[in-house]
Design a protein around this ligand. Structure first.
Ligand code: AHG
Ligand code: MN
Ligand code: MN
Length: 330
Protein backbone atom coordinates (compact mmCIF):
# COMPACT_ATOMS: atom_id res chain seq x y z
CA UNK A 1 0.00 0.00 0.00
CA UNK A 2 1.24 3.46 -0.88
CA UNK A 3 1.18 5.09 2.57
CA UNK A 4 2.40 8.28 0.93
CA UNK A 5 -0.66 8.93 -1.20
CA UNK A 6 -3.99 9.54 0.46
CA UNK A 7 -7.25 9.79 -1.45
CA UNK A 8 -7.45 13.48 -0.59
CA UNK A 9 -4.00 14.12 -2.08
CA UNK A 10 -4.75 11.96 -5.11
CA UNK A 11 -7.95 13.88 -5.88
CA UNK A 12 -6.08 17.20 -5.78
CA UNK A 13 -3.08 15.91 -7.78
CA UNK A 14 -5.29 14.52 -10.52
CA UNK A 15 -7.58 17.51 -10.68
CA UNK A 16 -5.64 19.21 -13.48
CA UNK A 17 -5.92 16.08 -15.68
CA UNK A 18 -9.68 16.45 -15.56
CA UNK A 19 -11.02 18.34 -18.54
CA UNK A 20 -13.41 20.63 -16.65
CA UNK A 21 -10.96 21.18 -13.83
CA UNK A 22 -12.13 23.94 -11.55
CA UNK A 23 -11.72 22.14 -8.24
CA UNK A 24 -15.45 21.65 -7.86
CA UNK A 25 -15.53 17.98 -8.78
CA UNK A 26 -12.68 17.45 -6.31
CA UNK A 27 -14.72 19.09 -3.61
CA UNK A 28 -17.69 16.89 -4.43
CA UNK A 29 -15.55 13.73 -4.35
CA UNK A 30 -14.19 14.81 -1.00
CA UNK A 31 -17.75 15.12 0.25
CA UNK A 32 -18.47 11.55 -0.83
CA UNK A 33 -15.23 10.43 0.84
CA UNK A 34 -16.35 11.93 4.13
CA UNK A 35 -19.82 10.37 3.98
CA UNK A 36 -18.21 7.01 3.17
CA UNK A 37 -16.19 7.23 6.39
CA UNK A 38 -19.31 7.99 8.40
CA UNK A 39 -21.22 5.07 6.89
CA UNK A 40 -18.20 2.82 7.40
CA UNK A 41 -18.14 3.76 11.06
CA UNK A 42 -21.82 2.91 11.42
CA UNK A 43 -21.61 -0.34 9.42
CA UNK A 44 -18.76 -1.45 11.68
CA UNK A 45 -20.97 -1.00 14.73
CA UNK A 46 -23.78 -3.14 13.29
CA UNK A 47 -24.59 -5.70 15.95
CA UNK A 48 -23.39 -3.45 18.77
CA UNK A 49 -25.85 -0.61 18.45
CA UNK A 50 -29.43 -0.50 17.31
CA UNK A 51 -28.79 -0.02 13.60
CA UNK A 52 -29.70 -3.48 12.30
CA UNK A 53 -33.14 -4.18 10.99
CA UNK A 54 -35.98 -2.56 9.15
CA UNK A 55 -36.84 1.11 9.29
CA UNK A 56 -40.53 0.30 8.89
CA UNK A 57 -40.76 2.10 5.55
CA UNK A 58 -40.95 0.80 1.99
CA UNK A 59 -39.03 2.68 -0.72
CA UNK A 60 -40.32 3.58 -4.19
CA UNK A 61 -39.15 0.21 -5.53
CA UNK A 62 -41.38 -1.57 -3.01
CA UNK A 63 -38.42 -2.78 -0.95
CA UNK A 64 -38.25 -2.63 2.84
CA UNK A 65 -35.86 0.10 3.91
CA UNK A 66 -33.28 -0.94 6.47
CA UNK A 67 -32.10 1.45 9.18
CA UNK A 68 -28.69 1.54 7.52
CA UNK A 69 -30.25 2.36 4.13
CA UNK A 70 -31.79 5.42 5.75
CA UNK A 71 -28.62 6.34 7.65
CA UNK A 72 -26.43 6.07 4.53
CA UNK A 73 -28.95 8.00 2.46
CA UNK A 74 -29.02 10.86 5.00
CA UNK A 75 -25.22 11.04 5.36
CA UNK A 76 -24.52 11.12 1.62
CA UNK A 77 -27.30 13.62 0.88
CA UNK A 78 -26.17 15.91 3.70
CA UNK A 79 -22.54 15.72 2.66
CA UNK A 80 -23.36 16.48 -0.99
CA UNK A 81 -25.65 19.40 -0.14
CA UNK A 82 -23.05 20.90 2.25
CA UNK A 83 -20.42 21.07 -0.52
CA UNK A 84 -22.57 23.53 -2.52
CA UNK A 85 -21.34 21.93 -5.76
CA UNK A 86 -24.28 19.80 -6.87
CA UNK A 87 -27.69 21.07 -8.00
CA UNK A 88 -29.49 17.77 -7.65
CA UNK A 89 -29.49 14.23 -6.31
CA UNK A 90 -31.22 11.01 -7.32
CA UNK A 91 -31.16 8.31 -4.66
CA UNK A 92 -32.55 4.79 -4.61
CA UNK A 93 -34.19 5.73 -1.32
CA UNK A 94 -35.95 8.89 -2.60
CA UNK A 95 -39.06 8.68 -4.79
CA UNK A 96 -38.34 11.97 -6.56
CA UNK A 97 -35.10 13.75 -7.39
CA UNK A 98 -33.84 16.30 -4.86
CA UNK A 99 -33.32 19.86 -6.08
CA UNK A 100 -30.53 21.80 -4.36
CA UNK A 101 -30.74 25.57 -4.58
CA UNK A 102 -27.41 26.11 -2.82
CA UNK A 103 -26.63 28.14 0.28
CA UNK A 104 -27.20 31.43 -1.62
CA UNK A 105 -30.33 30.02 -3.36
CA UNK A 106 -28.69 30.74 -6.72
CA UNK A 107 -28.69 27.19 -8.17
CA UNK A 108 -25.01 27.54 -9.00
CA UNK A 109 -24.24 23.82 -8.77
CA UNK A 110 -22.91 22.31 -12.00
CA UNK A 111 -23.20 18.64 -11.11
CA UNK A 112 -25.87 16.06 -10.37
CA UNK A 113 -25.17 13.00 -8.22
CA UNK A 114 -27.05 9.70 -8.57
CA UNK A 115 -26.53 7.08 -5.91
CA UNK A 116 -27.40 3.81 -4.28
CA UNK A 117 -26.49 4.77 -0.71
CA UNK A 118 -26.42 1.18 0.53
CA UNK A 119 -26.14 -1.66 -1.94
CA UNK A 120 -26.75 -5.21 -0.79
CA UNK A 121 -28.71 -4.09 2.24
CA UNK A 122 -30.20 -7.56 2.78
CA UNK A 123 -26.66 -8.57 3.82
CA UNK A 124 -26.33 -6.08 6.69
CA UNK A 125 -27.96 -8.21 9.35
CA UNK A 126 -25.56 -11.09 8.74
CA UNK A 127 -22.22 -9.27 8.64
CA UNK A 128 -21.66 -9.61 4.90
CA UNK A 129 -20.12 -6.85 2.73
CA UNK A 130 -22.31 -4.01 1.55
CA UNK A 131 -21.50 -0.98 -0.59
CA UNK A 132 -22.36 2.50 -1.85
CA UNK A 133 -22.50 3.35 -5.58
CA UNK A 134 -22.34 6.85 -7.10
CA UNK A 135 -22.51 8.44 -10.52
CA UNK A 136 -21.82 12.10 -11.37
CA UNK A 137 -22.87 14.12 -14.44
CA UNK A 138 -22.62 17.75 -15.43
CA UNK A 139 -26.07 19.23 -15.65
CA UNK A 140 -27.41 19.96 -19.13
CA UNK A 141 -29.76 22.82 -18.17
CA UNK A 142 -28.28 26.28 -17.50
CA UNK A 143 -26.46 26.96 -14.24
CA UNK A 144 -28.52 29.38 -12.19
CA UNK A 145 -31.83 27.63 -12.86
CA UNK A 146 -33.45 24.83 -10.82
CA UNK A 147 -32.34 21.31 -11.76
CA UNK A 148 -34.64 19.45 -14.18
CA UNK A 149 -35.46 15.81 -14.84
CA UNK A 150 -33.39 15.91 -18.06
CA UNK A 151 -30.25 16.66 -16.03
CA UNK A 152 -30.55 13.15 -14.57
CA UNK A 153 -31.72 11.30 -17.70
CA UNK A 154 -28.37 11.37 -19.51
CA UNK A 155 -26.75 8.31 -21.10
CA UNK A 156 -24.02 6.80 -18.92
CA UNK A 157 -21.37 7.63 -21.52
CA UNK A 158 -21.66 11.25 -20.32
CA UNK A 159 -20.78 10.45 -16.69
CA UNK A 160 -17.85 12.60 -15.51
CA UNK A 161 -17.12 10.36 -12.54
CA UNK A 162 -18.37 7.15 -11.01
CA UNK A 163 -17.36 4.94 -8.15
CA UNK A 164 -18.26 2.78 -5.23
CA UNK A 165 -17.36 2.13 -1.65
CA UNK A 166 -17.18 -1.47 -0.46
CA UNK A 167 -17.55 -1.93 3.28
CA UNK A 168 -15.84 -5.31 3.40
CA UNK A 169 -13.06 -7.07 5.25
CA UNK A 170 -11.42 -3.73 4.69
CA UNK A 171 -13.23 -0.67 3.40
CA UNK A 172 -12.29 0.58 -0.05
CA UNK A 173 -13.30 3.49 -2.23
CA UNK A 174 -12.84 2.84 -5.96
CA UNK A 175 -13.52 5.55 -8.52
CA UNK A 176 -12.86 6.89 -12.00
CA UNK A 177 -13.04 10.31 -13.60
CA UNK A 178 -12.64 8.79 -17.06
CA UNK A 179 -8.88 8.31 -16.82
CA UNK A 180 -8.58 4.78 -15.42
CA UNK A 181 -9.74 3.25 -12.17
CA UNK A 182 -8.01 3.63 -8.82
CA UNK A 183 -8.76 1.99 -5.49
CA UNK A 184 -8.12 3.35 -2.00
CA UNK A 185 -8.17 1.34 1.22
CA UNK A 186 -9.26 2.89 4.50
CA UNK A 187 -6.82 2.66 7.38
CA UNK A 188 -9.40 2.68 10.18
CA UNK A 189 -6.87 3.61 12.87
CA UNK A 190 -5.96 6.84 11.07
CA UNK A 191 -9.22 7.41 9.22
CA UNK A 192 -7.55 7.97 5.85
CA UNK A 193 -7.97 6.22 2.52
CA UNK A 194 -4.64 5.28 0.92
CA UNK A 195 -3.99 4.46 -2.72
CA UNK A 196 -3.72 0.67 -2.66
CA UNK A 197 -4.87 -0.36 -6.15
CA UNK A 198 -3.48 1.98 -8.83
CA UNK A 199 -4.79 1.78 -12.38
CA UNK A 200 -6.92 -1.35 -11.94
CA UNK A 201 -7.28 -3.57 -15.03
CA UNK A 202 -9.91 -6.31 -15.30
CA UNK A 203 -8.37 -9.52 -16.67
CA UNK A 204 -9.62 -10.08 -20.25
CA UNK A 205 -11.14 -13.36 -19.12
CA UNK A 206 -11.60 -15.21 -15.84
CA UNK A 207 -13.14 -18.27 -14.26
CA UNK A 208 -15.88 -16.81 -12.05
CA UNK A 209 -19.56 -16.37 -12.91
CA UNK A 210 -21.87 -14.53 -10.50
CA UNK A 211 -25.62 -14.84 -10.83
CA UNK A 212 -28.58 -15.68 -8.60
CA UNK A 213 -29.09 -19.17 -9.94
CA UNK A 214 -32.20 -19.58 -7.79
CA UNK A 215 -33.96 -17.68 -10.58
CA UNK A 216 -32.61 -20.06 -13.25
CA UNK A 217 -35.96 -21.38 -14.44
CA UNK A 218 -37.14 -17.79 -15.08
CA UNK A 219 -34.08 -16.76 -17.17
CA UNK A 220 -34.15 -16.24 -20.96
CA UNK A 221 -32.99 -19.35 -22.86
CA UNK A 222 -29.73 -17.66 -23.97
CA UNK A 223 -28.73 -16.98 -20.35
CA UNK A 224 -29.58 -20.57 -19.39
CA UNK A 225 -27.40 -21.80 -22.26
CA UNK A 226 -24.53 -19.54 -21.19
CA UNK A 227 -24.77 -20.82 -17.60
CA UNK A 228 -24.57 -24.40 -18.93
CA UNK A 229 -21.51 -23.29 -20.94
CA UNK A 230 -19.91 -21.93 -17.72
CA UNK A 231 -20.52 -25.28 -16.03
CA UNK A 232 -19.21 -27.44 -18.88
CA UNK A 233 -16.05 -29.56 -18.36
CA UNK A 234 -13.91 -28.09 -21.17
CA UNK A 235 -10.72 -25.99 -21.51
CA UNK A 236 -10.61 -23.80 -18.36
CA UNK A 237 -14.17 -24.69 -17.32
CA UNK A 238 -16.24 -25.30 -15.27
CA UNK A 239 -16.01 -21.79 -13.86
CA UNK A 240 -16.54 -21.20 -10.15
CA UNK A 241 -19.91 -19.80 -9.06
CA UNK A 242 -19.49 -16.88 -6.64
CA UNK A 243 -22.51 -14.76 -5.64
CA UNK A 244 -22.61 -12.54 -2.58
CA UNK A 245 -25.83 -10.69 -3.37
CA UNK A 246 -24.14 -7.29 -2.99
CA UNK A 247 -23.35 -6.25 -6.55
CA UNK A 248 -20.58 -3.92 -5.39
CA UNK A 249 -18.76 -6.79 -3.69
CA UNK A 250 -19.45 -9.25 -6.50
CA UNK A 251 -18.21 -6.75 -9.09
CA UNK A 252 -15.19 -5.76 -6.99
CA UNK A 253 -14.04 -9.38 -6.73
CA UNK A 254 -14.63 -10.05 -10.43
CA UNK A 255 -12.82 -6.87 -11.44
CA UNK A 256 -9.72 -7.91 -9.52
CA UNK A 257 -9.82 -11.63 -10.38
CA UNK A 258 -11.61 -11.77 -13.74
CA UNK A 259 -15.22 -12.87 -14.05
CA UNK A 260 -18.74 -12.00 -15.14
CA UNK A 261 -21.62 -10.61 -13.06
CA UNK A 262 -25.15 -11.17 -14.38
CA UNK A 263 -28.57 -9.94 -13.34
CA UNK A 264 -30.72 -10.94 -16.31
CA UNK A 265 -34.28 -10.00 -17.11
CA UNK A 266 -36.51 -12.88 -16.16
CA UNK A 267 -40.18 -13.73 -16.04
CA UNK A 268 -40.36 -12.32 -12.48
CA UNK A 269 -38.53 -9.07 -13.33
CA UNK A 270 -39.08 -8.37 -17.00
CA UNK A 271 -36.56 -5.50 -17.06
CA UNK A 272 -34.16 -7.15 -14.63
CA UNK A 273 -33.72 -5.90 -11.08
CA UNK A 274 -30.84 -3.47 -11.10
CA UNK A 275 -31.38 0.22 -11.60
CA UNK A 276 -29.79 1.83 -14.65
CA UNK A 277 -28.95 5.22 -13.21
CA UNK A 278 -27.28 4.40 -9.90
CA UNK A 279 -26.29 0.74 -10.17
CA UNK A 280 -25.64 -0.26 -13.80
CA UNK A 281 -24.24 3.03 -15.21
CA UNK A 282 -21.55 3.72 -12.59
CA UNK A 283 -20.43 0.07 -12.47
CA UNK A 284 -20.40 0.01 -16.29
CA UNK A 285 -18.17 3.10 -16.45
CA UNK A 286 -15.75 1.53 -13.97
CA UNK A 287 -15.78 -1.75 -15.91
CA UNK A 288 -14.99 -0.02 -19.19
CA UNK A 289 -12.35 2.20 -17.62
CA UNK A 290 -10.68 -0.95 -16.32
CA UNK A 291 -10.79 -2.61 -19.76
CA UNK A 292 -13.97 -4.64 -19.23
CA UNK A 293 -17.47 -4.49 -20.68
CA UNK A 294 -21.05 -3.93 -19.54
CA UNK A 295 -24.12 -4.80 -21.57
CA UNK A 296 -27.86 -5.31 -21.26
CA UNK A 297 -27.36 -8.36 -23.46
CA UNK A 298 -27.68 -6.60 -26.77
CA UNK A 299 -26.57 -3.01 -26.15
CA UNK A 300 -23.77 -1.21 -24.33
CA UNK A 301 -25.13 -0.03 -20.97
CA UNK A 302 -23.50 3.39 -21.34
CA UNK A 303 -25.34 4.03 -24.64
CA UNK A 304 -28.84 3.64 -23.16
CA UNK A 305 -30.84 6.88 -23.03
CA UNK A 306 -32.80 6.72 -19.75
CA UNK A 307 -36.47 7.60 -19.58
CA UNK A 308 -37.13 7.31 -15.82
CA UNK A 309 -34.92 7.86 -12.77
CA UNK A 310 -35.64 4.48 -11.19
CA UNK A 311 -35.73 2.39 -14.36
CA UNK A 312 -34.33 -1.12 -14.31
CA UNK A 313 -32.10 -2.85 -16.81
CA UNK A 314 -30.75 -6.38 -17.43
CA UNK A 315 -27.06 -6.25 -16.53
CA UNK A 316 -24.08 -8.32 -17.68
CA UNK A 317 -20.69 -6.96 -16.71
CA UNK A 318 -17.06 -7.90 -16.21
CA UNK A 319 -14.18 -9.38 -18.22
CA UNK A 320 -14.57 -8.35 -21.87
CA UNK A 321 -14.19 -11.81 -23.41
CA UNK A 322 -16.73 -13.26 -20.99
CA UNK A 323 -19.31 -10.56 -21.73
CA UNK A 324 -18.70 -11.08 -25.49
CA UNK A 325 -19.28 -14.80 -25.04
CA UNK A 326 -22.50 -14.22 -23.05
CA UNK A 327 -23.78 -11.85 -25.76
CA UNK A 328 -23.12 -14.50 -28.40
CA UNK A 329 -25.67 -16.71 -26.61
CA UNK A 330 -28.43 -14.08 -26.57
P1 AHG B 1 -30.06 -2.96 -2.93
O1 AHG B 1 -29.60 -3.53 -1.63
O2 AHG B 1 -29.49 -1.59 -3.18
O3 AHG B 1 -31.54 -3.02 -3.15
O4 AHG B 1 -29.42 -3.81 -4.14
C1 AHG B 1 -29.31 -5.19 -4.08
C2 AHG B 1 -29.04 -5.67 -5.50
C3 AHG B 1 -27.61 -6.01 -5.82
O5 AHG B 1 -26.65 -5.46 -5.03
C4 AHG B 1 -27.55 -7.49 -5.69
O6 AHG B 1 -26.59 -8.05 -6.54
C5 AHG B 1 -28.92 -7.90 -6.04
O7 AHG B 1 -29.77 -6.85 -5.69
C6 AHG B 1 -29.31 -9.15 -5.32
O8 AHG B 1 -30.56 -9.52 -5.74
P2 AHG B 1 -31.10 -11.00 -5.51
O9 AHG B 1 -31.27 -11.14 -4.03
O10 AHG B 1 -32.35 -11.03 -6.29
O11 AHG B 1 -30.04 -11.94 -6.06
MN1 MN C 1 -28.32 -1.75 -4.89
MN1 MN D 1 -29.58 0.20 -2.00
Amino acid sequence: MNEHMTLGEFIIENQSAFQYSSGELSKLLNGLRLAAKMVNHEVNKAGLVDIIGGAGEVNVQGEDQQLLDVFANDKFIHSIIKRDIACGIVSEEEDEFISIAGSDKANKGKYVVLMDPLDGSSNIDVNVSVGTIFSIFRRVTPVGTPVQLEDFLQPGSLQVAAGYVVYGTSTMLVYTTGDGVNGFTLNPAIGSFYLSHANIQIPKTGNIYSVNEGNYSHFPQGVKDYIKYCQKEEENRPYSARYIGSMVSDFHRNMLKGGIYMYPNCTKNIDGKLRLLYEANPIAMLAEQAGGKASNGVQRILDIKPTEIHQRVPFFCGSSEMVDKLESFL
